[in-house]
Design a protein around this ligand. Structure first.
Ligand code: GAR
Length: 195
């Protein structure tokens, strides 16, 4: 059985969709949900579903990214994941950390990469007058939001959209896309999922 750890920073709605999908004939199982924020609502949600959780508060490591990552690494190594899914994990990971899990770490990003790496993706798509927005699942490489594409879902931008309304429409697609990609990735299939 393929073992999956999920890193979150907030509510964890994408994490929940992944965990809920990993039952029955799914080739993978969740072995850990970890967060850089002990208050992240997703931790309690994961625990309620019986998934082991861990928190490493990044505030305890101000200006010490290596120390933070060393602390985060411990529960991850203990859980022995085959795959790590970043799902709304809002800390930038160092190349050292990323290399350790090369080819085994996925991320979901709320834009049609390569457009709008980084933050404020929906506001930037609206400001550019884009007709379409969406989300991307990609392999994590040391350069931010730029690893090989594993899946993408598109939504129309509607007249009167705000960053919030667009984010909500994209999130619906994130919840479809990430589980679909993980099902493939867990059996070694890297063919991009296009929704
Ligand atoms: C999602 O929209 C995800 O794409 C985004 O954070 C949100 C987390 O929501 N991730 C990033 O912006 C990563 N740079 P969730 O906690 O409900 O899954």
């Amino acid at each position: 059985m393929t073992r999956v750890a999920i890193l979150i920073s907030g509510g964890g709605s994408n994490m929940l969709r992944l965990v809920e999908d990993m039952t029955g004939d799914h080739p993978a199982r969740p072995v850990l949900v970890a967060s850089n924020d002990p208050q992240a609502a997703g931790l309690a949600r994961a625990a309620a579903l019986g998934v082991p959780v861990a928190a490493v508060d990044h505030h305890d490591f101000s200006r010490d990214r290596a120390g933070f990552e060393a602390a985060l690494l411990q529960p991850l190594l203990d859980a022995r994941p085959d795959i790590i899914c970043l799902a709304g994990f809002m800390r930038i990971l160092t190349p050292d950390f990323v290399q350790r899990f090369a080819g085994r770490m996925l991320n979901i990003h709320p834009s049609l990469l390569p457009k709008y790496a980084g933050l404020d993706t929906h506001a930037r798509a609206l400001a550019a007058g884009d007709a379409q927005a969406g989300c991307t699942v990609h392999e994590v490489t040391p350069e931010l939001d730029s690893g090989p594409l594993l899946g993408q879902a598109r939504v129309p931008v509607l007249l009167g959209d705000t960053p919030e309304s667009l984010a909500a429409r994209v999130l619906v697609q994130e919840h479809r896309l990430y589980p679909a990609v993980l099902r493939r990735f867990a059996v070694g299939d890297r063919t991009p999922v296009l929704l």
